[in-house]
Ligand binder design. Structure first.
Ligand code: IPM
Ligand code: MG
Length: 359
């Protein structure tokens, strides 16, 4: 097959980790006889520096023209003082919205080899950690009105959180479908004891549930969910939640698996085109030092092969290669045990690429 992939290296460690994912993809192309054409898209702080915009229109058009988009990370302290309309993160939000990617799939799964890296007690880890957060990605407070004004002699800031039934319905459907492919248990997370958006969320998810009688639906308040994720993560199969709750819970969920550096994500809409990115940030403190963990990006490339490029065997091969490399005891800095020698970002990518096999 022949596929067009848009690459967005972004800022900080972004270019280093995307480079390693491309090495792995090149090996996939070679082993499975595909051709991947890469098109580089400039987004984030680097695009502000070069073009004066965190996502120039022609860059968004390039991303739209591709079969899939693979992203490293954007942002950094250098751009903390640019006006909010043009922060690097705005580029990312425009990209997600511009591609209509409302469903963000973030798996939280512990590799058994990394169990000692989890900050949780070993008896909790032993129960298993293998769930998926389905986060609504282009609605809610992220996309509501934001303003700061002067009122009665002081500044007052307002961020509007709003959800329509249709926005809730479509993400609920994605979540039920995700649950159908797993253990068929869906937990919808909200704050229905306080928020109107959550009350509508709960009611709408209940309605959508009628179409999925094979899935067991439960509801949980977000504060309790934050607690349950560390107390008893084994209870979860699929969690569905709104944009900001999903942002927060997915960082928490990633941490209990050992390191945020390991966790991939897929953002999907109604078409086949998706955006694939590790859930961590641009880590400016270690940028350019060849210390970053590229595995979150490499596993994102695996999700891309599976969900956008129709290559499930190739996706399996990448996941298997990651597994083999961990099995052999190779660890980058974030997952190395104290005192254990860590390998570099490039070395990690090269080792994983070497393990890719078509079978
Ligand atoms: C994420 C990130 C982004 C988000 C930031 C960079 C805007 O934290 O992908 O989780 O909040 O969605
Ligand atoms: Mg986040």
């Amino acid at each position: 097959m022949e596929k067009n992939i848009a690459l967005i290296p972004g800022d900080g460690i972004g270019p280093e980790i995307v480079r390693e994912a491309v090495h792995v993809l090149d090996r996939v192309a070679e082993s499975f006889r595909h051709t991947f054409h890469y098109e580089e898209v400039s987004m984030g702080g680097c695009a502000i520096d070069r073009y004066g915009s965190s996502l120039p229109d022609d860059m968004l058009a390039k991303a739209k023209a591709a079969d899939a988009v693979l992203l490293g990370a954007v942002g950094g302290p250098k751009w903390d003082h640019v006006p909010k309309e043009n922060r690097p993160e705005r580029g990312l939000l425009r990209l997600r919205a511009g591609l209509g990617l409302y469903a963000n799939i973030r798996p939280a799964r512990i590799f058994p080899q990394l169990a000692p890296s989890s900050p949780l007690r070993s008896d909790i880890v032993r129960q298993g950690i293998d769930f998926v957060i389905v986060r609504e990605l282009i609605g809610g407070v992220y996309f509501g009105e934001h303003r700061t004004e002067e009122r009665d002699g002081q500044r007052v800031a307002t961020d509007v959180m709003s959800y329509s039934e249709e926005e809730i319905r479509r993400i609920a459907r994605s979540a039920f479908e995700t649950a159908q492919k797993r253990s068929r248990r869906l937990c919808s997370v909200d704050k229905a004891n306080v928020l109107d958006t959550s009350r509508l969320w709960r009611k709408t998810v209940e309605e959508v549930a009628q179409d999925y009688p094979d899935v067991t639906l439960s509801h949980m308040y977000v504060d309790n969910c934050a607690m349950q994720i560390v107390k008893n993560p084994a209870q979860f199969d699929v969690i569905v939640t709104e944009n900001m709750f999903g942002d927060i819970l997915s960082d928490e969920a990633s941490m209990i698996t050992g390191s945020i550096g390991m966790i991939p994500s897929a953002s999907l809409g109604n078409g086949g085109r998706g955006l694939y990115e590790p859930i961590h940030g641009s880590a400016p403190d270690i940028a350019g030092q060849d210390k970053a963990n590229p595995i979150g990006t490499i596993l994102s490339a695996a999700m891309m092969l599976r969900y956008s490029l129709g290559m499930p065997k190739e996706a399996d091969a990448v996941e298997q290669a990651v597994n083999t490399v961990l099995e052999k005891g190779c660890r980058c800095a974030d997952i190395a045990a104290p005192g254990e020698a860590a390998i570099s970002c490039q070395r990690t990518g090269a080792l994983i690429a070497q393990e890719i096999k078509a079978n």
